[in-house]
Design a protein around this ligand. Structure first.
Ligand code: 0X9
Ligand code: ZN
Length: 413
């Protein structure tokens, strides 16, 4: 009897996980604006998961295609002579290849480990470890509790002062499947804590600024990428009861032209903006923490993947903010330092031009409503080889270059 129950539970667990067996990721390279528009409409019509959606038609559009639709999709492109290459031949194989290495770690770690990706539980255990190992410098707080009851935590790193130092805010993982983002927040936290007193650049930064780091803005979504669907993007609130869809995109839920371009009012869409601005715990957590800092936040960084971009406001309009030249200058300094580390190239500029128009994003709200003059959204590696499935052996190089870029940007201000 017990065996039967166990077996049923095991099967139910397996059955509920989304399998990407023989799913392909196709990198489409349109030859004109017209072809790019055509590709987008085909993707929409076929309800495919578009991994990238660049505004510039010269940049590849990466699309994930289920096996039943591969022939139709590729043939459609072929007939129109639209160039396309296979970026990933079997998505599940890549996921499984990374899973072997994931399942090794059973005991909850207390120290940083940048050789593999970590579950939310592991990340929070590391956070606890750091808080107790560096108790004079690190304290953590919970910014909000999610729909499924998980804490959205922040690590505050401060070398002292009277609580009035300017703040550098860094958040990671607002989109669940962008695993390199939380890993990079962990890298940064490690550099700050281990570097204070031994690394002169880090020491100088920490004597001038407090850092607030939110390693996982979207813990429910992130957890879901480990248990059910590696490619989940949004949070996990039930969003409609007709199709049983879930999730709001927290990066469409800020009060920055809420519901504007690049958002969707369909609860099943990956860019669903939610019922109203700040309806979600994730966006509330970020907003409330920033507000609680009462105007001390000097710079805001929000970390995504992928495409290698360093973006400045705005996302909701192609108009440029008043201090655009200044933000551009700082982005340029950041990118120069980032690229110097491993030769990784980044594009930079305002969101609507560099990537695509997208309203309701956090970095626009930071500039417009919170008045933060330096507000950046970064898309980390790569440019479409692994995409969201960036192998864990890139955590260290990505951490190194990103942190170098962020330090340079802070120093440029
Ligand atoms: O679409 C997004 O939210 C970001 N790209 S991603 O592929 N990681 O989903 C870009 C965010 C840019 N920021 C704003 N639109 N405000
Ligand atoms: Zn993202």
């Amino acid at each position: 009897m017990r065996f039967v129950i166990l077996l049923t539970v095991a099967l139910a667990t397996v059955a509920s996980a989304t399998n990407f067996h023989r799913y392909k990721v196709v990198s489409v390279r349109p030859r004109s604006q017209g072809e790019a528009t055509l590709v987008r409409s085909i993707v929409k019509e076929m309800a495919l998961d578009q991994w990238t959606d660049p505004r510039d038609w010269r940049a590849p559009i990466d699309v994930m295609v289920p096996p039943q639709q591969t022939y139709f999709f590729l043939n459609g492109l072929r007939r129109r002579h639209i160039p396309a290459t296979i970026m990933i031949n079997d998505v599940q194989k890549v996921i499984d290849g990374q899973a072997v290495q994931r399942s090794v770690e059973k005991v909850l770690p207390r120290k940083f480990d940048h050789t593999s990706y970590h579950t939310l539980e592991q990340i929070y255990s590391i956070l606890d470890g750091v808080e107790s190992d560096f108790s004079e410098m690190v304290s953590t707080y919970t910014a909000a509790t999610t729909y499924e009851g998980r804490a959205i935590r922040v690590a505050k790193v401060s070398s002292g002062g009277d609580g009035t130092r300017p703040v550098i805010w860094i958040d990671c993982g607002i989109h669940a499947r962008e695993w390199i983002a939380p890993a990079t927040c962990q890298w940064i936290l490690d550099q700050l804590t281990s570097g204070y007193g031994s690394n002169s650049e880090v020491t100088a930064l920490l004597d001038a600024y407090d850092f607030h780091i939110m390693p996982s803005v979207n813990p429910d979504g992130y957890n879901f990428t480990w248990t059910n669907n590696r490619l989940w993007r949004k949070n996990r609130v039930p969003s409609d009861d007709i199709f049983n869809c879930h999730g709001v995109d927290p990066n469409r839920n800020f009060d920055s032209d809420f519901g504007g371009p690049g958002t969707s009012n369909s609860p099943c869409s990956d860019i669903y903006h939610g019922v109203s601005a700040f309806s979600e715990k994730e966006s509330q957590a970020v907003r409330d923490s920033i507000n609680a800092l009462g105007g001390r936040v000097k710079m805001y960084f929000t970390i995504h993947s992928y495409s290698q971009l360093w973006m400045t406001p705005y996302g909701y309009t192609s108009s440029l903010p008043a201090n655009y030249d200044e933000q551009y200058r700082v982005a340029e300094a950041g990118v120069a330092a980032l690229s110097a580390v491993h030769g990784t190239s980044y594009e930079y500029g305002n969101i609507a031009d560099v990537i695509y128009p997208a309203a309701g994003g956090s970095s626009d709200w930071m500039y417009d409503a919170a008045g933060i003059q330096y507000s950046f959204a970064l898309e980390l590696r790569d440019t479409g080889y692994w995409g969201f499935l960036l192998p864990p052996d890139q955590i260290v190089p990505v951490g190194e270059e990103t942190w170098a870029g962020i330090m340079a940007a802070i120093n440029a201000v």
